[in-house]
Design a protein around this ligand. Structure first.
Ligand code: DAH
Length: 360
């Protein structure tokens, strides 16, 4: 057997036994690559006599072509069997249910939803949002709001205090959002129109109280502000928030150190088998406290009571959320139970707007 025939047999056997495309490529390089065996044979042609070349030339070139063709055929075969193998292993079960995207399965907590809803309503009336820290000074939480030292109203707040500092002062977890009224008046010049949603803290826990809860405060300071403005704002807010055409409200005299006069507001409702309907019925439900900002508070915040007047209100966000969406245990709000959130939560892409609907 000639060398050429023997080499051809060896190469064809190697091609036939290549298991995958990488193995076949190795055979191709070993035969037809720059220093491959067939290329080496081709290089010998240059040193041959013309007569030898006439015989060997077609023989070696024939070998090169046949090996090349065999590699091409094997490559095709390996390629399609690799595809077959992939198709066999990568099955798609078209009967499986479609999995929802995270934007579909995630839920917005009712507190965040209600905060967004009331922000949308007050923004439409020209209110900006103001914020303050959860950890407050006694001065901002009480003293500047006209709670004198030792005044019994301080005791009503069940305050969480931090340890006393060497100078005798102590920080606290704010018991209401009202200290942000002080912060706003100290840093902004009237006219002021802000709402202040945020977390508040009191040492209290039962079905309708949790140690951490949420309030939204409102504050308006201007030259001619009066109770009529306050009543209109609160009425418009309640209609928009509870999504009803009519609300009947009742203003009762009350007491807060930082307002004079002070009022508590009830809205008319009907209780129907555990459900509450607004805009009808004979029952009354308290929803907020409000009043004209006390002249002492204006003075404490650097404003002249002879020039400016203001009104303010404070409302429990958790409470109005429970009323609007029929949730009866406040503690569940903060238990982080995904089943509760899946039931009471809101779809993340349905952002509340007055135009597009608040809670649809
Ligand atoms: N800060 C009061 C509270 O937590 C609520 C409140 C009442 C706020 C009257 C006000 C207001 O701004 O005018 O009990």
């Amino acid at each position: 057997m000639s060398d050429i025939t023997q080499l051809e047999n060896e190469l064809l056997a190697a091609i036939a036994s290549a298991k995958d495309e990488a193995g076949l490529e190795a055979v191709r390089v070993a035969a037809l690559g720059k220093s491959g065996s067939v290329s080496a044979l081709l290089k010998t042609l240059g040193a041959m006599t013309p007569d030898e070349r006439k015989v060997q030339g077609p023989a070696i070139n024939g070998l090169k072509e046949r090996v090349g063709a065999a590699i091409a055929t094997a490559k095709d075969a390996l390629g399609s069997s690799a595809l077959d193998a992939r198709l066999n292993s990568e099955t798609v079960d078209v009967t499986l249910p479609v999995r929802e995207a995270p934007t579909e399965t995630g839920r917005v907590h009712p507190i965040s939803q209600v905060t967004d809803e009331l922000t949308a309503i007050f923004a439409d009336m020209g209110f900006a949002v103001a914020e303050g820290p959860d950890i407050e000074t006694d001065d901002y939480n009480f003293t500047k709001l006209n709670f004198p030292e030792g005044h019994p109203a301080r005791e009503m707040h069940d305050t969480f205090y931090f340890p006393q500092k060497p100078d005798g002062s102590r920080l606290l977890l704010r018991t209401h959002t009202s200290p942000v009224q002080v912060r706003t008046m100290l840093t902004q010049t009237p006219p002021i129109r802000v709402i202040i949603p945020g977390r508040t803290y009191r040492s209290d826990s039962d079905q309708t109280h949790t140690p951490m809860f949420h309030q939204v405060e409102g504050l308006v300071i201007d030259k001619g502000s009066h109770l009529g403005h306050l009543k209109w704002i609160l009425e418009e807010f309640c209609k928009a928030f509870f999504e009803v055409d009519q609300v009947k409200m009742r203003f009762r005299p009350s007491f807060f150190p930082f307002t004079e006069p002070s009022l508590e507001v009830d809205i008319q409702c009907r209780r129907d088998k555990g459900e509450i309907r607004f805009g009808e019925g004979e029952d009354w439900l308290e929803i907020l406290g409000c009043g004209m900002v006390h002249p002492n508070v204006l003075k404490n915040c650097g404003l002249d009571p002879a020039e400016y007047r203001g009104f303010a209100w404070g409302m429990g966000i958790d409470r109005i959320a429970m009323l609007k969406y029929g949730m009866n245990d406040l503690r569940a709000f903060f238990e982080a139970d995904v089943r509760w959130l899946a039931h009471y939560g809101f779809r993340p892409l349905d952002f509340p707007t007055l135009a597009g609907g608040l809670s649809s």
